[in-house]
Design a protein around this ligand. Structure first.
Ligand code: DC
Length: 208
C-alpha cells in the first residue's frame, strides 16, 4: 500500500502534481478541497452564510460527493467560502472518515489538500508540501479564473490569496502546515512538466 500526501496552499501546483502522481503510480486520487468547496456551495445555495457553523456542519454530514457540481465549486467565491467553512471543527469532523478511508483503501491512494500529511494520513509513505511565491500563485489562479470567464484583477486575486492563506494557516483545527517529515517542493520557477518530474523523483527516492 502506498499513500501519497500532497499538501500546500492554493495554486501552488499541488492538484496538478497529485493528479500526475496518481496517473504515474496507478493510484486513485482525491482532491479533498472539492469536499469543502461542495459544502460551501451547498451552504450558500441554502441561503446561509459560510460563517454559520451549524448549517455548514449539517450539510457536511450529508454531503453527496457524486452531486458536487464541478463548475460551481471552481469559482473564486466558492474557494473563499470553502476556506471559511473548513475552519469549523464540526465540518472537518464530518469529512474526516471519508478522507481517512480513501487514504487507507487497499492498494493506496494519492490525496491533496492542507492537512493530509498531518491529520488525514500522518502515516503516509510519502509527503510532499508544495509551495510557490505569492506572485506566482496569484498569476496562475488569475490565468485559471480568466479562462473560465471570471473577471478579476491580479491585485484582487493576490488579496484573496493572502486572506485564504492566512485563514487556512491560522485556524485552530488542522491548520495548513508542513508536516515535519514532508519534502518541500517550491514550484515558483518550475514549468508544470518540471514540477511533475520533481515530484515523481521525490516519490521514487523515498520509496526506493
Ligand atoms: O485546495 P482548494 O483551494 O480547493 O481548497 C479550498 C479550501 O478548502 C481551502 O481554502 C481550505 C479548505 N481545505 C482544507 O481546509 N483542508 C483540505 N484538506 C483541503 C481544503
Amino acid at each position: 500500500m502506498t499513500i501519497i500526501a500532497v499538501d500546500g496552499p492554493l495554486a501552488s501546483g499541488k492538484g496538478t502534481i497529485a493528479r500526475a502522481l496518481a496517473a504515474k503510480f496507478d493510484l486513485p486520487h482525491l482532491d479533498t478541497g472539492t469536499l469543502y468547496r461542495g459544502v460551501a456551495v451547498s451552504v450558500l445555495e441554502a441561503g446561509k452564510p459560510p460563517e454559520d457553523a451549524e448549517a455548514a456542519e449539517a450539510i457536511a454530514r450529508t454531503l453527496d460527493i457524486s452531486a458536487i457540481n464541478e463548475a460551481k465549486i471552481r469559482t473564486a467565491g466558492a474557494g473563499s467560502a470553502a476556506s471559511v467553512v473548513s475552519a469549523h471543527p464540526g465540518v472537518r469532523a464530518a469529512l474526516l472518515k471519508l478522507q481517512r478511508d480513501f487514504a487507507h483503501q487497499p492498494g493506496g491512494a494519492v490525496l491533496d489538500g492542507r492537512d493530509i500529511g498531518t491529520v488525514i494520513a500522518p502515516d503516509a509513505d510519502v509527503k510532499l508540501f508544495v509551495t510557490a511565491s505569492e506572485e506566482a500563485r496569484a498569476w496562475r489562479r488569475h490565468t485559471e479564473l480568466t479562462s473560465r470567464g471570471e473577471q478579476w484583477s491580479l491585485d484582487d486575486i493576490l488579496g484573496q490569496l493572502r486572506q485564504r492563506d492566512a485563514r487556512d494557516a491560522a485556524r485552530a483545527d488542522a491548520p495548513m502546515v508542513k508536516a515535519e517529515d514532508a519534502i518541500e517542493l517550491d514550484t515558483t520557477e518550475m514549468s508544470i512538466d518540471d514540477a511533475i518530474k520533481a515530484a515523481i523523483a521525490a516519490v521514487e527516492r523515498v520509496s526506493s
